[in-house]
Design a binder for this molecule. Sequence first.
Ligand code: DCT
Ligand code: MG
Length: 401
Amino acid sequence: LDISWFTDSMKEGRPVALEARHRIQDILPEASPHPPMVELSRYACKRRTSTENHNEIFTDAFEVLAESYEFSQCDSQCLAFRRAASVLKSVPCPLQHVGAAASLPCLGGHTRAVMQEILQYGQSCEVEKILCNDRYQMLKLFTSVFGVGPKTAEKWYRGGLRTLKDALEDPSIELNSMQKAGFLHHKDISQSVSRAEAMALGDILHETALGISAHAVLVLTGGFRRGKAFGHDVDFLLSTPEKGKEEILLLSLVDSLRRQGILLYCDHHTSTFDINNMPGVSFEAMDHFAKSFLILRLYDSQVEGGLQRVEGQDDGRSWRAVRVDVVTPPMERYAFALLGWTGSRQFERDLRRFARKENRMLLDNHGLWDNTKKEFLEAESEEDIFAHLGLEYIEPQLRNA
Ligand code: DCT
Ligand code: MG
C-alpha cells in the first residue's frame, strides 16, 4: 500500500482526512463501513418514505436535472432522475460513497456519476452549469407564475423575454385570467405555505362548508396530509353524503368565500365524471371530479402564531394570498380521490404502474378496474385499495416518495 501521499499531504498541509477517505474509497469501492442497505423496491408504493430526507445533497441535484430535462421535453430522462431522487429519499441514512448505493434500484450510470462527483467535490459540475444557465433560470422564473406552464415559458423565452416585467409589458402577449391573477399575487404565491397557514385555511373552509350543509366533509390532502411542514399550495377534498350534491356544495362554498371578501381568484372545473366511464378508458393527469383552483386571502389574525414573516417583505399588509385547490368527488368515490390527491406524485405514479404491471388492474382517482375479472373493485377506505392491490398499507406520512 502506497502511503507516500499521506506524508506528502502532511508536509504540504493539505486536508489529510478528506484525501484519505477518497483514497480508501478508490481502493475499496464496494466495502461499506455501514450495515448493508435494506432492500428497497423499485416501486415507490412499496417503499416507506418519511419527510426526513437524509440524502438531500443528491436529491436536490437530481431534481434540478429532472426539471432541466422536463424543460427540454426529455420525458424519460426526467423520469429517471425523479425515480432516482425518490429512491434516495427512502434511504434511512446519508449515503457516504457510491458503493453503498450498489443494491439500490433505479440508479443508472448517469445518476451514480452525479453522486460520485458530489461526494468527491461537494457539487456536480453538470448541475452547477444548469443552475447558471440563462434559459433554465428564465423558465424557472416564468413557470413560477400561476397559470404559466413549461410550453408558455419556452415561448416567452424564445420570444426574447427575460423578466416578468417583459412579459407584462409585451403587447403581443395576451394573458389569460389565471395568469393575470398569477402575476398579481406572484410575490405571495411563490412563497411557501406553512402548516399553521394550511390549518387556518382548513378551519375557514370547514366552517364555511358546514354553514352550507351540516353533512359537509372536508379533509386536508396533498403534502400537508403527508406531514410536510411547507407546501406550494393547500389541497382539500370536499364531499357530502347527499348524492349528487357535491358540486353545488363547492359552488356555494366559493360563493360564500366571495361574500366574505376572501376570494381573490377562482377557476372552477365542472364535473365530467361519469360512473359508466370509469378507468380503463383513459388516465389523464387531471381527474373528472368538480374542482376549483382558488387564490384566497388569509389574514395574520386567523393563523396561530401569525403569518410567516419573510425577511425584507414587510409591506405592512395584514394578509397574504394563498393557492388552494378544492376537489369534490361523490362520496362513493371518496377513497380513490383521497388516495390520488394525497400523493406524492411519484407514489401515485408507481401505485398506478404497480396496479397495471403486477395486477393487470387500472387505478386512477375515480376507481380500480380489474382486467382479469372484468369488474370495478369497490373501496370504502384507502386500506381497501391497498388490499385489492396486494400491497401492505402505507400511512400518508410515509408516502413522501
Ligand atoms: N397529483 C398527482 N399527479 C399530478 C398532480 C398531482 O398524482 N400530475 C397528486 C399528488 C399530490 C396531489 O395531487 C396534490 O398536488 P400538489 O399540490 O402539486 O402536490 P403536493 O404533494 O401537495 O406538493 P406541495 O406541497 O408542493 O403542494
Ligand atoms: Mg399541494
